[in-house]
Design a protein around this ligand. Structure first.
Ligand SMILES: Cc1cc2nc3c(=O)[nH]c(=O)nc-3n(C[C@H](O)[C@H](O)[C@H](O)COP(=O)(O)OP(=O)(O)OC[C@H]3O[C@@H](n4cnc5c(N)ncnc54)[C@H](O)[C@@H]3O)c2cc1C
Ligand SMILES: *[C@@H]1O[C@H](CO)[C@@H](O)[C@H](O)[C@H]1NC(C)=O
Ligand SMILES: *[C@@H]1O[C@H](CO)[C@@H](O)[C@H](O)[C@H]1NC(C)=O
Ligand SMILES: *[C@@H]1O[C@H](CO)[C@@H](O)[C@H](O)[C@H]1NC(C)=O
Ligand SMILES: *[C@@H]1O[C@H](CO)[C@@H](O)[C@H](O)[C@H]1NC(C)=O
Ligand SMILES: *[C@@H]1O[C@H](CO)[C@@H](O)[C@H](O)[C@H]1NC(C)=O
Ligand SMILES: *[C@@H]1O[C@H](CO)[C@@H](O)[C@H](O)[C@H]1NC(C)=O
Ligand SMILES: *[C@@H]1O[C@H](CO)[C@@H](O)[C@H](O)[C@H]1NC(C)=O
Ligand SMILES: *[C@@H]1O[C@H](CO)[C@@H](O)[C@H](O)[C@H]1NC(C)=O
Ligand SMILES: *[C@@H]1O[C@H](CO)[C@@H](O)[C@H](O)[C@H]1NC(C)=O
Ligand SMILES: *[C@@H]1O[C@H](CO)[C@@H](O)[C@H](O)[C@H]1NC(C)=O
Length: 633
């Protein structure tokens, strides 16, 4: 029996009851594949491929390379194989985010952020960051991927068209339940998606009713598009799915998609083993050495790679491993007492993440002018509602407990959010002294790469199809975190020269390019206009954070230096795929310059951060990497 429900909710419930995934065709599931080992003595002495990091990209590549069983593959992972309901849980999106399964590194305090430092969070377990992330399945616009290839000329296959098949290969899409889709007008187009991967994206079996009005309010803003699907490569306001298994209603991630089965013989994963060095023989990668802790002692082992060493340790640790192995900026290596094997100035530079700001504008939630419920707060304050929600979840895995952080957002370009000022901002960027935005002593090739990127960014500011503004709609009575999708500042991830085997030194250098602040000021102003100059005005918005009195440009900038968070958990760029003369670390084949048989295949290769959460793009990179590696085998 359902508890009695408030009137508004009763209508809702009636339309949603029985909203279960239609269990028709069997869904693709990983039936395989990996064998998990803990003792270093149980592995072979050599494999065709040795992969560093059993995260999002590492497991994807391992699965694909071993698919025909012709190649032997070992994946070495610093973290453990973890089974926990906190990881599989979809509700709230971030149940697994704490320190248990992640590296938590304090970034360098920044003077221009009031000496604040941030916590760098990346996954440390089998599955990597895909095991702890918020499961938002987002692809960036076509502009973003075309820009990557443009550094190599017109014919590069690193483009929207070139990557689309890999996006399709990487993830299986299931459409939303009809009743839920109708309830809030979810649109989608399956033609942008595939159906063969064991990594799944699907839809919660509930959406908050206020969302439709919040989406519709964007129609009052000139220039806002409403692309039919989140995978279409177009900026605008649209719905997007959740990395979730549609039958189990649990997180779908690199482990469930590319490892589970646990009883196959296709590839080995060695856990609790930290790779500390790539073994190089006359600039040819021949294997790795790694550490295992046994009681108080640390034992060091080596394993050989007959064909290639593949680095997939993520954007924080891949550059560290290269630097530890003598591949990186020679001055840094010298200071750390490491012999330079290849002077590669770009390693660990070009670091990017999405700056975000918490804003708060509260609105009385009202649907068709009768207030108020249900909304996300009711999960915690309305016992009737939460009992109902628990009952739905218990019986059918439907209802609000199937929701992550959200499924609809605005991803908008500067001409849309700042029609009066975007041109001025683009010109300011073009006239900037770029060297002044980078650390002193930056290598000329790295500076040249930055100049090339900033020239592109000026064009991006003028393009309606490069998203700068991101606002995830939650159906709550207030706004939340607003994200700058294309930061212009560049940070660094370098080894600690006192102890290169300690955690790397992460310096976001957020807002060191002054134009970032101009853009984020426009992002705040636009957010206000969204609430106060659209139909949402009728819901009585009140502005709390930043306070309404903070409205002058200089006051907003001061506010931002106290409140910008330099990370949205999307570190990239530290092993950039760029030409070597532009400070690149890997070429278009993802091969590290100056070394043979060594590639990087993770989020660190993105030369410019995409205007999207980074997981889906990382899967696509890994799928393409696997094909590149197989083509060379
Ligand atoms: C809290 C959080 C929330 C996020 N939310 C979203 C989201 O909602 N949507 C989205 O699209 N993206 C999200 N992301 C980002 C996305 O998950 C990452 O961009 C992506 O998973 C990165 O994949 P990767 O393969 O580069 O690295 P990872 O998946 O992080 O894998 C790297 C692996 O290498 C291992 N490793 C590192 N160093 C060594 C070493 N020396 N030896 C052995 N192993 C090593 C690590 O333990 C880890 O398992 C989020 C990330 C986080 C952390
Ligand atoms: C909650 O349910 C009880 C009993 O069914 C009812 O008396 C009460 O009015 C409900 N409260 C709300 C806020 O709907
Ligand atoms: C569970 O689903 C069935 C079948 O659709 C439906 O009849 C039933 O009412 C649902 N129960 C709950 C509590 O949602
Ligand atoms: C930040 O730290 C520096 C050096 O310790 C100090 O000089 C400066 O006053 C600090 N700034 C703020 C805003 O606290
Ligand atoms: C639903 O969304 C589509 C596509 O954005 C739009 O054309 C339509 O007007 C919307 N319908 C309603 C009822 O809001
Ligand atoms: C999977 O995709 C292929 C190619 O797009 C299509 O022909 C096939 O019908 C799809 N299968 C399912 C089960 O949806
Ligand atoms: C693993 O496979 C073997 C034979 O292939 C079988 O006997 C064993 O039960 C399986 N173990 C598990 C945990 O599935
Ligand atoms: C190991 O560490 C423990 C506690 O840290 C200490 O008591 C013990 O003496 C150490 N053993 C050796 C052999 O160093
Ligand atoms: C909401 O109700 C008020 C009166 O209570 C009315 O003036 C207004 O037009 C209504 N708005 C909508 C969108 O129906
Ligand atoms: C670098 O390593 C040294 C030695 O372990 C440590 O004292 C120092 O705090 C580290 N520096 C940073 C910035 O983490
Ligand atoms: C804030 O500034 C904007 C333009 O910079 C102006 O349009 C708006 O009216 C101001 N708002 C308030 C409350 O002063």
């Amino acid at each position: 029996m359902l508890p009695s429900l408030p009137f508004g909710l009763a209508l809702w419930a009636a339309s949603l009851l029985g909203a279960v995934h239609s269990a028709g065709l069997p869904i693709p599931r990983s039936t395989l594949h990996g064998r998990s080992l803990h003792s270093a003595r149980s592995i072979q002495s050599s494999y065709d491929y040795v992969i560093v990091g059993a995260g999002t990209s590492g497991l994807t590549v391992a699965d694909r390379l071993s698919a025909d069983k012709k190649a032997t593959v070992l994946v070495i992972e610093n973290g453990q194989l973890v089974d926990s309901p906190r990881i599989s849980q979809v509700f709230s999106g971030v149940a697994a985010i704490g320190p248990t399964w992640s590296y938590q590194i304090n970034s360098v305090p920044q003077r221009n952020l009031n000496n604040r430092s941030a916590t760098v969070v990346v996954g440390k377990l089998v599955g990597g960051s895909s095991a702890i992330n918020a499961m938002m399945t987002i692809r960036a616009t076509s502009d973003d991927y075309d820009r990557w290839g443009s550094f190599f000329g017109k014919d590069s296959s690193w483009s929207w068209e070139g990557l689309l098949p890999y996006f399709k290969k990487a993830v299986t899409f299931s459409p939303p339940d009809d009743a839920v889709a109708k309830s809030v007008n979810i649109t989608w187009d399956s033609s942008y998606w595939g159906n063969s991967s064991s990594v799944h994206t699907s839809w919660p079996r509930f959406q908050w009713p206020a969302l439709e009005a919040h989406v519709e309010a964007f129609r009052d803003i000139p220039g806002v598009e409403f692309p039919p699907d989140s995978g279409s490569g177009k900026a605008g306001v649209y719905w997007f799915p959740t990395f979730m298994d549609p039958e189990k209603v649990e997180r779908s991630y690199a482990r469930t998609g590319h490892f589970d089965g646990l009883n196959g013989t296709r590839f080995d994963v060695l856990t609790e083993s930290k790779v500390t060095k790539i073994l190089l023989d006359d600039r040819v990668a021949t294997g790795v050495s790694f550490e295992q802790k046994a009681g108080n002692r640390t034992a060091v082992f080596t394993v050989k790679a007959e064909k290639e060493v593949i680095i997939a340790a993520g954007a924080i640790h891949s550059p560290q491993l290269l630097q530890q192995s003598g591949i990186g900026p020679s001055a840094l290596l010298e200071a750390a007492g490491i012999e330079t094997i290849v002077d590669l100035p770009g390693v660990g530079q070009n670091f990017q993440d999405h700056p975000s700001v918490f804003t708060s504008v509260t609105c009385i939630i009202s649907v068709q002018n009768f207030s108020v419920h249900p909304n996300p707060t009711d999960m915690y304050t309305d016992r009737n509602f939460s009992d109902w929600a628990q009952e739905l979840w218990r019986v059918n895995k439907t209802g609000p407990y199937s929701l992550g952080v959200g499924n609809v957002a605005a991803w908008l370009g500067m001409p849309v959010i700042a029609p009066d000022t975007f041109e001025e901002i683009a010109s300011k960027l073009e006239k900037l002294d770029y060297a002044a935005s980078l650390p002193k002593g930056t290598h000329p090739t790295v500076l040249a790469g930055y100049e090339a990127q900033m020239k592109d960014m000026a064009a991006a500011i003028r393009s309606p199809n490069t998203a700068f503004y991101n606002h995830v709609l939650t159906g709550a009575g207030s706004s939340g975190t607003i994200v700058d999708l294309h930061p212009l500042s560049r940070g660094t991830v370098n080894i600690n020269t006192t102890d290169p085997f300690k955690e790397p030194i992460v310096d976001y250098r957020a807002l060191t390019n002054p134009v970032d602040l101009d853009i984020i000021v426009e992002i705040i102003r636009f957010t206000r206009r969204y609430y106060f100059e659209t139909r949402l005005r009728d819901l009585g918005p009140r502005q709390l954070q930043p306070p309404a009195s903070v409205n002058q440009t200089e006051d907003l900038k001061a506010f931002l230096s106290q409140s910008v968070n330099p990370t949205y958990f999307h570190p990239v760029g530290t092993c950039a795929m760029m030409p070597r003369e532009l400070g690149g670390v890997v070429d278009e084949q993802l091969k590290v310059y100056g070394v043979e048989r060594l590639r990087v295949v993770d989020a660190s290769i993105m030369p410019v951060l995409v205007g999207a959460n980074t997981c889906q793009t990382t899967y696509a990179i890994a799928e393409k990497a696997a094909d590149l590696i197989k083509a060379d085998a």
